[in-house]
Design a protein around this ligand. Structure first.
Ligand SMILES: [Zn+2]
Ligand SMILES: [Zn+2]
Length: 299
């Protein structure tokens, strides 16, 4: 096979970029700059400064990568980070992630994690998006201690998973699905390293931008639906400005109203509406009712 597909313009530099991307699974513009500058330096046989790499450079390499990987049902998508990483006032960061464009479930973890590990991840997500995401407190986070307490599968969980959740496959019936506490601790670390979860300075784990992009549809299908009483419950809610799932931001003062806004989206939204009112019920926006970590820390 030729080393350079000239007519498509897809060359070794595109391959090098895709390879670097796949090794990291998610990337910001700032993280992409040194990668692209190294590629440009090698290509042009002269040093190219990371500061000279532009957003257009990144966009063009992502476009070429997407054309190359789409036959494999892979796609590089992007989303704005919902949780501030360091500087609260910094502009929201766009995060790019390589996601599976057809399979949208925890089964895609099956190639790298064992069945018991996936069952643990499922318990962690249930805690984040169900138990810690109630009408009173929409935290959608979990602490390390809480996660380790989920190491052991609850009695009857294996059976429930087998029959009740199509995304879950345990290895044979009666599989324990439990981890040791140190295994659970190691898993949380690995989920952060592989960028499924993020850990805040206060020690709360939340779903990462990559995790959100990969599991968007699965979250809605898993956590929105009828409860035991037959009432429809939307545990996963959406920002009224951008339409993306909200895992961190603000909510309406009325607990029964579905009005939610990302921190990033709020300023522009209220400026355009010329009023700080709930986008759904039009009551005054409280500004101190939070979704995400601050739902538990700002009391
Ligand atoms: Zn938004
Ligand atoms: Zn409202």
């Amino acid at each position: 096979m030729a080393s350079n597909i000239g007519e498509n313009g897809y060359d070794n530099s595109n391959r090098a970029f895709l390879q670097a991307f796949m090794a990291r699974s998610s990337l910001t513009f700032e993280e992409a700059r040194p990668i692209l500058s190294a590629i440009f330096s090698a290509e042009e046989r002269r040093p190219v400064d990371p500061g000279d790499v532009t957003q257009d450079d990144l966009s063009s390499y992502i476009g070429a990568a997407n054309a190359a990987i789409s036959p494999f049902d892979l796609e590089i998508r992007s989303t704005l980070r919902q949780t501030a990483q360091n500087d609260q006032n910094a502009a929201p960061e766009r995060v790019y992630a390589l996601v599976n464009s057809t399979s949208d479930s925890l089964t895609q973890l099956a190639t790298t994690y064992s069945a018991d590990e996936i069952a643990f991840v499922n318990r962690v997500f249930d805690a984040m998006f169900d138990a810690h995401n109630t009408r009173r407190t929409e935290a959608m986070v979990i602490t390390g201690i809480q996660a380790v307490q989920l190491a052991k599968a609850s009695a009857g969980e294996a059976g429930r998973r087998q029959s009740g959740n199509a995304t879950q496959q345990s290895q044979g019936s009666g599989a324990s699905q439990s981890l040791s506490m140190s295994q659970a601790e190691a898993m949380m670390k690995r989920l952060v390293e592989e960028r499924w979860l993020e850990k805040s300075r206060r020690g709360f784990y939340s779903l990462s931008p990559r995790g959100l992009m990969e599991l968007r549809g699965w979250l809605v299908a898993t956590y929105n639906g009828e409860n035991e009483d037959g009432d429809w419950v939307n545990k996963i809610k959406f920002c009224a400005a951008c339409g993306e799932i909200i895992i961190a931001g603000q909510r309406c003062g009325d607990r029964d109203c579905s009005g939610r806004l990302h921190d990033n989206c709020m300023g522009n939204f209220f400026r355009m509406r010329k009023a700080e009112k709930c986008p759904v019920c039009s009551t005054a926006w409280p500004g101190d009712k939070f979704v995400g970590e601050r739902a538990v820390t700002s009391t």
